[in-house]
Design a protein around this ligand. Structure first.
Ligand SMILES: O=C(O)CCC(=O)C(=O)O
Ligand SMILES: [Fe+2]
Length: 346
């Protein structure tokens, strides 16, 4: 899917464009109708769509308008059970975090990272989730047209790559995280914009609920529309009426552009853990926040589909980024494979 696929005309974005499997539930809302008032975080039920491209288009449109979108029923319960079985042992071994990261993620939140090689279920169904992949391609694909090498005008497309993998276990008593933008790690800084345009994003974020997520146990707080604010403007105070909470049932997802102000809420419950499986993507030619080459066991990466190996940063971003001995690393990592290998670096 190309970066322009999200630039749909108003008529194709209308409700009539959707092909619901059954009659639309109240949870599906038309993002366009929100344009007149302040944007809000929409809920889109993936079970209402027969056609994945329609679902992706609606998620993208919602993200462009408000910066965030809740997707009901993205991940099956069986997958959640496998994630729990594979990741819980690592969570149980996490010590209290050091004070260094206290200011960003409170130390009562346990984190497990390096998930591509720790949990195959995470790699295939969270990072590799096909809807998430397509949403990422819409916002983070870069095509450079007509750049010159001698007398040849070339065109190259760089696909998105994984930036970070993390499971958060936000435990009772955890204080709220400060409101922040995730894309500041990429020095992204924009003036105020009336509307979103493709090309401005450097990060897209995915949070999948492993447990019921509600305001009381620390659901992500988000300020709809703040991806279009002047980046020099600070976030409002934490009791501001514009702040919304991404409340999710297990298997629901929250997707967000990295330019939206957000932060984990406080877990004020006596006994509820908020468990979140998160993945973050960036452009293929930028640096990965989590160093995937050192964070993972490369032998485990080789067991994944080649498309996920590439997405994890083990492939080449065109033109010419990331080769080893002038070869695409994915070729040397998969000596027997013939499919999906492409020796062209342009
Ligand atoms: O846990 C959450 O809801 C958000 C976490 C977050 O924003 C972050 O770590 O950057
Ligand atoms: Fe964040």
């Amino acid at each position: 899917m190309s970066a322009s696929d999200c630039s749909l005309s108003n008529s194709t974005m209308r409700y009539g464009y959707l092909t619901p499997c059954s009659s639309p539930s109240e949870q599906i809302e038309d993002p366009i109708s929100s344009q007149k008032s302040s944007p809000t975080i929409r809920k889109i039920d993936s079970l209402q769509y027969c056609n994945k491209d329609d679902l992706v288009s609606d998620i993208c449109q919602s993200l462009r308008i408000s910066g965030g979108c809740i997707i009901k029923n993205l991940v099956d319960k069986g997958i959640l059970e496998s994630l729990e079985a594979e990741i819980r042992p690592y969570l149980n071994r996490v010590e209290k975090a050091d004070a260094q990261r206290e200011e960003f993620v409170p130390s009562s939140t346990r984190m497990v990272t390096g998930l591509l090689s720790k949990s195959k279920t995470y790699a295939l169904n969270i990072a590799g989730n096909s809807i998430w992949q397509k949403v990422g391609e819409n916002f983070l694909t870069t095509t450079m047209r007509n750049y010159w090498h001698g007398d040849k005008a070339r065109t190259s497309t760089s696909l998105p790559q994984l930036s970070t993998t993390v499971t958060f276990s936000v435990r009772p008593g955890t204080k709220a995280q400060s409101l922040h933008r995730d894309d500041d790690i990429y020095h992204t800084y924009h003036p105020a914009a009336r509307e979103h345009h493709n090309g401005r994003d450097t990060m897209v974020c995915l949070f999948v609920a492993g447990t019921k997520t509600r305001k009381e146990n620390g659901a992500t707080r988000i300020i709809p529309g703040s991806h279009l604010w002047d980046y020099s403007q600070p976030p409002p105070s934490s009791d501001d009426a514009s702040i919304e909470c991404a409340e999710l049932d297990p298997g629901d997802a929250f997707m967000m552009l990295g330019g939206c102000f957000h932060g984990a809420g406080a877990n004020t419950t006596p006994d509820e853990e908020r468990l979140v499986y998160a993945a973050f993507s960036t452009r293929g030619y930028l640096r990965q926040e989590e160093n995937q080459y050192l964070a993972n066991d490369v032998e485990k990466i080789k067991e994944l589909p080649i498309s996920i190996q590439r997405y994890a940063g083990y492939g080449v971003s065109k033109p010419f980024m990331g080769w080893v001995d002038m070869e695409d690393p994915v070729r040397t990592m998969n000596p027997g494979a013939t499919d999906e290998l492409d020796d062209d670096f342009w």
